[in-house]
Design a protein around this ligand. Structure first.
Ligand SMILES: C[S@@+](CC[C@H](N)C(=O)[O-])C[C@H]1O[C@@H](n2cnc3c(N)ncnc32)[C@H](O)[C@@H]1O
Length: 223
């Protein structure tokens, strides 16, 4: 299946021009995600300090918020416009955070076992087919043994009347022959995460319309 991860950049150019907060068009979405993250962190599995990386950090809204909570913060995104925007936001808010352009399938700019906490910043559902295991193995390499991986990803079931270009057989949205999102069912995503060598500590599904969302707290296995 064809992919084009770089296509995200033009969305950021447009959103920045329109003075939107980031990938999401409304501050309310970021506030809701922060409330969700607060609840997860309060549950106690996530480290409260240490080196933190957001995968697909976009314009840095969540990463900068976590930097203010005391994490040594890094963010990576394939869209250069998003990274420049995140750097600008961090500077304006006097926050130290390390943002860089890169591909989550690679992460070779980070050394082995560098991070205590990696967050999927809604990036996993952009990653298609065999690339998903590549992303998981990059995460395993940069996470410490016993390090914490938090995933928050769109999943099925999907309302096909509301999700444009959804192909129920593959679980992808496909536009002009390019797969843009993956809405696997929770069980199949959980199986992918375990296959990659993570131990799943907790998971939950929030059913919504047009799609459900899966949250997974996982730990990097001893190998
Ligand atoms: C749904 S957006 C979320 C952005 C950000 N976390 C936020 O909450 O505003 C997904 C992000 O993943 C990034 N992305 C998609 N594929 C990527 C890849 N292969 N490597 C790095 N980033 C990628 C996109 O550029 C986009 O910024």
């Amino acid at each position: 299946m064809k992919t084009n991860y770089s296509a995200h950049d033009k969305v950021y150019k447009h959103h920045k021009e329109e003075k939107l907060p980031g990938w999401d068009s409304s501050e309310k979405d970021y506030i809701e995600f922060k409330v969700h993250l607060e609840k997860i962190i309060a549950r106690g599995l996530a480290p409260r300090v240490g080196k933190f990386l957001e995968l697909g950090c976009g314009a840095g809204n969540i990463a900068i918020w976590l930097a203010k909570k005391g994490y040594e913060t890094y963010g990576v995104d394939i869209a250069p416009t998003a990274i420049a925007w995140a750097q600008e936001k961090a500077q304006k808010q006097n926050v130290v955070a390390h943002f860089s352009t890169g591909n989550v399938l690679d992460l070779s700019t980070y050394s082995n076992a560098f991070f205590d906490f990696v967050l999927d910043g809604h990036c996993l559902h952009c990653i298609i087919g065999e690339d998903r295991q590549k992303m998981f193995s990059s995460v395993r390499r940069v996470l410490k043994q016993g390090g914490y991986f938090l995933i928050n990803t769109m999943c099925g079931p999907v309302n096909p009347e509301k999700v444009k270009n959804f192909d129920p057989i593959s679980g992808y949205t496909i536009f002009k022959g390019i797969a843009t999102r993956y809405y696997g069912l929770p069980d199949s995503i959980l199986a992918e995460i375990e296959k990659a060598g993570f131990s799943i500590m907790h998971w939950e599904v929030e059913h919504g319309d047009p799609n459900a969302t899966l949250t997974v707290e996982a730990v990097n296995h001893e190998s």
